[in-house]
Each structure stands twice: as structure tokens, then as C-alpha cells.
Design a protein around this ligand. Structure first.
Ligand SMILES: [Zn+2]
Ligand SMILES: [Zn+2]
Length: 406
């Protein structure tokens, strides 16, 4: 693709040229971060790389936000809105199985979700923007967030005030998306990713001999009924045109052929696409577990983990369309793909979007989208060339958002 020819305006051509100019540095940054992956809330080295890089650009830096997060602030030369960009910086507990030269040096830890690329793109964009302050109206906040993977670093950043001082008007983030070809952006108005909650259940019966079931209360038979009944929440209680998922991921009970165990434990996750369904499913889960367990003479302990659970990632249509217009201007209409369906995976960027209108965009990184690599796989390597689209859109948004989008 001849990138320069697809840009529609002089300004877009300028932005893409700036991005191409920094591309090699972005690759170097990404590989350095990829080689040194760190788990959630342990991203000390990564945070140091980020803070040093931003400081060298003359950007105001705060470290230690939500333990290992870093926030940078850049003021444009004229008045305007406060625009925030967020990159997540944590890696996963996975042993890397690729043979690239910049393979993880940390045994059992890998950037298998592309957060290395999110971080490198935002740092590179910060560099381009710091050299183009004369084109920025307002303030740009660069948010580097720890612990996206299951630990909810996002809510901690929000609680520690990252969206205030100065108050953020709009927020934007990417996730690399292997099911989309490199060169494409995936946009969706409204829900783009599901909520994610978890729950732990313990059913307590009475231990007994396997040959004398009447003398015990069988926790395994009880768990089997409860697990089966839980699926009726999706099939019988949820609007067929809405969506929900209930998955029981572990079940543990007993340790012999002929002993009726006292306890059965299981754990699961719930995904939904709107806040009401999320609440209703939680109520139904509780009712079904308690009702079925009581019918089978079992006691119940349910522990819902809603504090670490992630809300639905809900894009603001106006800001989303604003971003899509800029993307079209940068790389042409073909680069923008409107997604018909959200993903049932989840994302803690939702905590920011709960507070501030903004958008979450999928960035195509698939070299073979027909047979895509999987996020969280031990051989996941997103196409680095996609950083050109990524950096350009961040810079384009920073330069072209001159007022609040309402
Ligand atoms: Zn992930
Ligand atoms: Zn991720």
C-alpha cells in the first residue's frame, strides 16, 4: 500500500510522514519492552523505561500511580480540551514459544496480549506530539496503566484521580486485534467488549460412604444440578437478542471412588453487553444456586467478585465517529471497518469509559486474518507495521480534537 497516496488532506499526509519517520524507533521500543515483560503491578522496569522516555521529551511525568503506572502531561500552544490516551503495560504468565531475536528474557512471562505494542505506540506518539506542540490545542494526557490482565489496574488509576487535574474531556485507547488485517481499524458504536465478573461457589453437604448415599448429602450431585441449572439463565431468562455467557471454568470435589464428599467447589465467569443484564444475571445466579442447593439439602457459600470485575466497554458514538473520520482522512475509507458484533472478551478500559466519553478501537495486526493468531497464545506476535496506523491515529486525534465533541 502506498500510504502517502491514501491520505486525504495535507495535514494527514504530514501526520503519516511524521509517523513513518519514527517507525524504526517504535519498533526498537516495542522489542525492548517485549524482551523485558513484567506481570501486573510488577512493571518496575517498564515504568522506568516509560518515565525516562517521556522526561527526555520534556513531558511532565508522574510515576507510582496505581503502584506502577506512569502519567505524562503535554500542553499544546493554544487552549482546548483535555484528551487522554491510555496504554496498558503488563504482560502475562505465559512461557514464550517464539524464536524471534527479541524473545522474552523473563522465564514464564510474555507480552502475549500486545500491550508491548500499545506502550510503544503511545510513547512514539508522545514523541511526535512533543515536537508538534504548535499544532495542539489543549492538553494531552498519556496514561500508562499497569495490571490490565484480571487485576483491574484501570479502576485503580481512575480511583487515584487520573481523569482529574486537569479533568479529561475524552479518552482513547487501542487493542491490537489479530482478526483484523493490518491496515484496518475496527470501530463500533456502543458496546465493543463485554463485562466480566467472576464468582466462587462452595456447596456443603454431608460426607458419607459411597454405598450408603442416604446417610450423607452428596455435594457432587448437587453441584451437577446447580451447574446445569445455571445455563438456563442464558437460554431461558436472557432476551435472545441480547447476549450473556456463563462459563464454569473449574469444579473440584471428592477424592475417592466410594466416598461421598462433603464439599464441592466451582468457579465461573459471566460476560454481558449491558449494565442491566449484568445486574440481572448476578441476581439470577444467586437465586438458582441457593434454590437448587436448598432443594438438595446443601448449604451454600457464594462469593461474587464484582470489585475486580470489568464493566461493559461502551464507546461514545460521537467521539467514536470523530475518530473514524480522522482515520478515514489518514488512510482512506477502506481502512475503517465497522464491526457488526462486539467481542465477549473484556477490558478494564471500561472503567475510564464509565466516567468520560471516549472510544476503544481495535487495531488490525493480522498478517493472515483468515487464520488469525490468538491473543494470549505463546506464539502471539502482532504485525509491527500496524504501529503506523496506531501512532498516526493517536497523533491525528491529538491534533484534530480542538474542542469537546458533543
Ligand atoms: Zn489480554
Ligand atoms: Zn490486552
Amino acid at each position: 500500500m502506498d500510504i502517502k497516496k491514501t491520505s486525504n488532506s495535507l495535514q494527514s499526509t504530514y501526520i503519516v510522514e511524521q509517523t513513518i519517520g519514527i517507525y524504526e524507533e517504535a519498533v526498537r521500543l516495542r522489542r525492548m519492552i517485549h524482551e523485558n515483560p513484567e506481570l501486573g503491578f510488577e512493571e518496575h522496569k517498564t515504568a522506568e523505561i516509560i518515565a525516562n522516555y517521556l522526561q527526555d521529551l520534556g513531558i511532565e511525568v508522574t510515576t507510582g500511580v496505581a503502584k506502577t503506572g506512569v502519567v505524562g502531561i503535554l500542553h499544546g500552544e493554544t487552549e482546548g480540551p483535555v484528551l487522554a490516551f491510555r496504554a496498558d503495560i503488563d504482560a502475562l504468565p505465559i512461557q514464550e514459544n517464539t524464536d524471534v531475536s527479541y524473545k522474552s528474557k523473563n522465564p514464564g512471562v510474555m507480552h502475549a496480549c500486545g500491550h508491548d505494542m500499545h506502550t510503544a505506540m503511545l510513547l512514539s506518539a508522545a514523541k511526535v506530539l512533543s515536537q508538534n506542540k504548535q499544532h495542539i490545542s489543549g492538553t494531552i494526557k498519556f496514561i500508562f496503566q499497569p495490571a490490565e490482565e484480571m487485576k483491574g489496574g484501570g479502576i485503580m488509576m481512575v480511583e487515584e484521580g487520573v481523569l482529574t487535574n486537569p479533568t479529561v474531556d475524552h479518552i482513547f485507547a487501542f487493542h491490537v486485534w489479530p482478526e483484523l488485517a493490518t491496515g484496518k481499524y475496527g470501530f463500533r458504536n456502543g458496546a465493543i467488549m463485554a463485562s466480566m465478573d467472576t464468582f466462587d461457589v462452595v456447596l456443603k453437604g454431608k460426607q458419607g460412604h459411597g454405598a450408603a448415599p442416604h446417610q450423607g448429602v452428596d455435594a457432587i450431585v448437587g453441584a451437577a444440578h446447580v451447574v446445569t441449572a445455571l445455563q438456563t439463565i442464558v437460554s431461558r431468562e436472557t432476551d435472545p437478542l441480547d447476549s450473556a455467557v456463563i462459563t464454569i471454568g473449574t469444579i473440584e470435589a471428592g477424592d475417592g471412588y466410594n466416598i461421598i464428599p462433603e464439599k464441592a467447589r466451582f468457579r465461573g465467569t459471566v460476560r454481558t453487553l449491558n449494565a442491566n443484564t449484568r445486574k440481572e444475571v448476578a441476581i439470577s445466579i444467586q437465586r438458582i444456586i441457593e434454590g437448587v442447593a436448598s432443594a438438595l439439602k446443601l448449604e451454600v457459600e457464594i462469593n461474587f467478585n464484582y470489585t475486580a470485575g470489568y464493566p461493559v466497554t461502551m464507546n461514545d458514538p460521537k467521539f467514536n465517529e470523530h475518530a473514524a473520520t480522522i482515520a478515514t482522512d489518514l488512510f482512506g475509507e477502506d481502512s475503517v471497518q465497522w464491526l457488526s458484533k462486539p467481542s465477549m472478551a473484556s477490558e478494564d478500559f471500561s472503567f475510564y469509559l464509565d466516567q468520560v466519553p471516549g472510544t476503544f478501537v481495535f487495531l488490525g495486526v493480522g498478517e493472515n486474518p483468515e487464520d488469525p493468531m490468538k491473543l494470549h497464545s505463546d506464539v502471539f506476535l502482532p504485525d509491527e507495521k500496524a504501529m503506523i496506523q496506531g501512532i498516526s491515529l493517536i497523533v491525528g486525534l491529538a491534533i484534530n480534537t480542538t474542542g469537546k465533541i458533543q
